[in-house]
Structures are given as structure tokens and as C-alpha cells.
Design a protein around this ligand. Structure first.
Ligand SMILES: [Fe+2]
Length: 291
């Protein structure tokens, strides 16, 4: 996910990521549009999208993907939510290639109508929410360099596709994520935006779920991190709280170390229902303000 406010930094890609695929005039134009999104004349989110230009991946990029895939999928088989694992199969997530977005999208479309769209870099929050409201996931297409395989200052395609997109094959999660985007677009109150960012952080990025009496990871930041996924399940330094919408939204987070607090879902229906309640509440508040 290319929204920097939910990640380690709000800067455009740092020097550690491969620029070659996003270093051209069309990417610059799309990024400029994203930076201005919401201003007069900048209201078509599709102008923030770029092509994946698959031939731009080098042999080393492909090897990096394979290393990341192999070492994490072995762990996830027993420790990730079944919803994630099923989704990974549905979208044909494979070890032997960086995923072509077109291939994933063809598989997602008949199921949930979610699509992954390549973006040139950081999207400001409103642009990011506008994508989600359309069931479109802004996706980083570059991959981290092999020599810094464990250091990820920004989301890359491993985080965005391997970490996020399998859940988009699940109807319940798919509805939740669109409702999140729609609700976030209805408010311009900074306090609400902060609460929404926390909700995203403690679910989409760092969520745990209880399945068959066991804790499993589903949040993309855990799914895509060998170190933190293990820590989230095994460490006695993590406080694992039952999911509660208001409590989640009241919990601040820090981004530069392993999360000391995580929230545990009973089901994705619980998350979807909580989001629906939140969206109704936001709408009612917006109407009160307007009246
Ligand atoms: Fe993310």
C-alpha cells in the first residue's frame, strides 16, 4: 500500500528502492497528479495510475522476490490466517516470478471486483482513500534491492502484493476495505483521520486473528516481515488485545520498532461490521455538521 502515512515514511521512494521502473515522464505526471489530488481539476484518481512495464524487472529483482517468498511462505503455511492462504492461492501468488498485476486482476475480478493499480510512489491520504472507495488498491511496483533485502523503509511490491492483496480475494474483507475508503473520504476532520489511520494500522497492517483456537497473522506488515510476524505471535513483550473498534481508534502507534500492542479479531465479519458501524457514525456526524 502506497500511503506513506501508514508506513515508515511519507517521502517518495528513498534511494534504497529501484527507481528505474518509475523514473520516467509518465510516472512524474502521475505523481504530480497524486500530489494535487482533490484540488480543482485534479479529481480523476485514475490519472495517478501508471503501467507496470513488466520487462523492467531484472533477473536480480526476480531473485529477490523468490528469496522473500520462500522464507516467508514456509512460516505462513502454519501461522497465517486461512483467509490469507486461500487468497494467495486464488491470485496465483508464485515463488518464481514478481506478480504481473494484470494476472492477479483477472483472478480477482470475478470474485470481488478488487483490482491492483500500479502507482509511482506515495499517495496523499485523500488519493489513497479514493482508490479504496473504487475497490482499487494502489500498488508499489518496484522491489527492494537484493543487498538490502531485510531493510525496507517504504512499501515495495513484496509488501503490497504479497502482504496485502491475497485478502482482497475474500468477499468480507473486500467489502470492509471499500467501506473504509468511502468512510475516510466523507470526513476532513483531522481527529477522525487520525482515528481511521489507527484502525488501518491495527487491522490491515498489523492485525492478528484467532482461528481454530490459535493466533494467526493477517496484517500485511506482519505477513511481509519474517522478523515481526514471528515476534507478533511468540513474544511475551506483545500485548494482544481483543479487537474493539473504539479502543483501537484510541490507541496511538509508533512506526520504527516492533509493535508492542496488537489487536486480535474473532473473524473478518467482526471487522466488516465494526467498519459499517463506524461509517454510519461518521455519516451521521457529517450530516449534523452540515445541518
Ligand atoms: Fe501496507
Amino acid at each position: 500500500m502506497a500511503d506513506g502515512s501508514h508506513h515508515k515514511s511519507a517521502q517518495k521512494f528513498a534511494g534504497s528502492l529501484n527507481h528505474a521502473m518509475i523514473d520516467d515522464a509518465s510516472a512524474d505526471t502521475a505523481q504530480n497528479y497524486a500530489n494535487n489530488f482533490g484540488k480543482p481539476g485534479f479529481d480523476d484518481i485514475t490519472n495517478c495510475y501508471i503501467d507496470q512495464r513488466y520487462e523492467g524487472y531484472t533477473a536480480e529483482n526476480q531473485e529477490t522476490w523468490q528469496i522473500l517468498f520462500d522464507r516467508q511462505m514456509a512460516f505462513l503455511k502454519d501461522n497465517a490466517s486461512q483467509t490469507y492462504l486461500t487468497g494467495a492461492e486464488i491470485i496465483n501468488l508464485r515463488r518464481d516470478r514478481v506478480p504481473p498485476l494484470a494476472d492477479i486482476n483477472a483472478r480477482l475480478w470475478p470474485l470481488t471486483k478488487w483490482q491492483s493499480r500500479a502507482v509511482p510512489g506515495y499517495l496523499p491520504p485523500k488519493a489513497f482513500f479514493a482508490c479504496l472507495a473504487r475497490r482499487e488498491f494502489p500498488t508499489t511496483i518496484v522491489i527492494r534491492p537484493k543487498e538490502s533485502i531485510d531493510y525496507l523503509p517504504e512499501p515495495d511490491i513484496f509488501h503490497d502484493i504479497f502482504g496485502h492483496v491475497p485478502l482482497h480475494a475474500d468477499a468480507t474483507f473486500a467489502d470492509f476495505l471499500q467501506t473504509y475508503g468511502r468512510a475516510a473520504l466523507t470526513t476532513s476532520d483531522p481527529a477522525e483521520t487520525e482515528r481511521l489511520a489507527r484502525l488501518f494500522w491495527f487491522t490491515v497492517e498489523f492485525g492478528l486473528i484467532r482461528e481454530g483456537g490459535r493466533l494467526k497473522v493477517y496484517g500485511s506488515g506482519l505477513i511481509s516481515s519474517p522478523g515481526e510476524s514471528r515476534h507478533s505471535l511468540e513474544s511475551d513483550k506483545v500485548e494482544r488485545r481483543p479487537f474493539d473498534l473504539d479502543r483501537v481508534c484510541d490507541t496511538s502507534f509508533e512506526i520504527d520498532h516492533y509493535q508492542p500492542i496488537l489487536y486480535v479479531l474473532d473473524s473478518f465479519e467482526q471487522l466488516r461490521d465494526a467498519m459499517n458501524t463506524y461509517a454510519e457514525r461518521l455519516l451521521a456526524k457529517t450530516k449534523r455538521v452540515a445541518a
